[in-house]
Ligand binder design. Structure first.
Ligand code: ASP
Length: 362
């Protein structure tokens, strides 16, 4: 069986062109009066960019969102949603709350936002249902909780945390996960809560049905994730998703698989991935990034770029990740044209990046 393809697959050559373009744009902005640099240098810089002193970062999916593709209202809705998520998580870190609280809360905000493919706004499977996947992980002790194929829980990431804290297990799926939710006091949420016109149109388009409205304005997957670090240098991560549009009933992606789409370890890095889940599972993407840092002593930006832009693309898929070290170094590699993301630095400054040209290409 061939692996499902994302709507937007770009070839390696085009990726390199985008990387080169962004590299020279960056260099142009930073060194306008300097003599021209050798062609390879700025590209290298863009490929391995790292942002310092980050406390918390979120992503809203890999894909492509070119400038001009959103109305001013849509752009504001994306930026406001990301900002609310980052603010909610940052406030908890500042208050000295566990870093797990921060990533859970940031993801809750994005799960409740209909623009993203998690919780409200999740994509549909082949049977026009929503099956939700999520995982959370604590870097200090490698504790983790995950749920897959959940039908009736508004905030799957909170259920994943309950699996971690209130059961002896790590991953619960389907009917058992839904029952576990009810037994642990999660309100029953009917499937229609998750419905949005945009995702319905995407399902009809994927099925080639007549009557589908014009394709949605965005080709971003919309999976959400958060990574954070506190003053003790404890890291944590959380990822939540509806998966892929028109996925087979029962299909589970990389997001709830520890080491594939989600991983955190205080010795190395906290990571949340987005992209074609089947390939991220086969490539053990998130753990590979951590392993390159732990065993090969690579800096986070090199480790993350190696896995996301080389290994995963060689296996036939595109995608992205956010990776945050205990020192506050953030890498955001992507082999798609863009990745929706935002971060806050120690001084409280929030940056939202939604368009393809806002996050350096890798
Ligand atoms: N990784 C997700 C999955 O395969 C989808 C995505 O990130 O767009 O379920």
């Amino acid at each position: 069986m061939s692996s499902p393809k994302r709507p937007l697959l770009i070839c390696a050559g085009l990726t390199a062109m985008v990387a080169a373009l962004s590299g020279s744009q960056l260099a142009g902005a930073a060194e306008r009066s300097a003599p021209p640099a050798p062609a390879a240098a700025p590209q290298q810089q863009a490929r391995e960019s790292v942002i310092k002193d980050v406390v918390l970062a979120v992503h809203g999916g890999a894909g492509s969102l070119p400038r001009g593709s959103l109305t001013p209202e849509q752009e504001k809705a994306y930026r406001d949603g990301l900002t609310r998520a980052v603010q909610a998580g940052y406030a908890l870190v500042k208050d000295g709350k566990p870093v797990l609280d921060a990533v859970e809360k940031a993801v809750n905000v994005l799960e409740d936002d209909p623009n993203f493919n998690a919780g409200k706004g999740a994509v549909f499977n082949t049977d026009a249902e929503h099956e939700l996947d999520a995982a959370i992980m604590n870097g200090k002790d490698l504790r983790s909780g995950a749920v897959a194929g959940v039908h009736n829980t508004k905030n799957p990431i909170s259920l994943a945390r309950a699996v971690m804290e209130k059961s002896p297990h790590v991953l619960m799926a389907g009917r058992g996960a839904d029952q576990f939710a009810l037994r642990n006091g999660f309100a029953y949420t009917t499937q229609d809560y998750f419905w949005t016109q945009k995702r319905w149109d995407q399902l009809l388009a994927a099925k080639g049905r007549a009557g589908a409205r014009s394709p949605a304005h965005t080709e971003v997957g919309g999976t959400v994730g958060a990574v954070a670090v506190d003053r003790s240098r404890d890291v944590a991560t959380a990822t939540s998703t509806g998966g892929l549009t028109n996925k087979q009933v029962g299909r589970i992606g990389d997001s709830p698989i520890v080491g594939a789409g989600t991983y955190a370890n205080n010795r190395t890095v906290a990571i949340s991935c987005t992209g074609t889940g089947e390939v991220f599972i086969r490539g053990t993407a998130a753990h590979d990034i951590s392993a390159l840092i732990e065993y090969a002593r690579r800096p986070v930006e090199k480790a993350a770029a190696e896995v996301i832009t080389k290994k995963i693309t060689a296996l036939g898929a595109t995608g992205a990740a956010i990776a945050l070290t205990p020192r506050g170094d953030l890498a955001t590699p992507h082999s798609t044209k863009g990745v929706i993301n935002a971060y806050v630095t120690r001084d409280g400054k929030i940056v939202t990046r939604i368009y393809d040209d806002e996050t350096p290409a890798t």
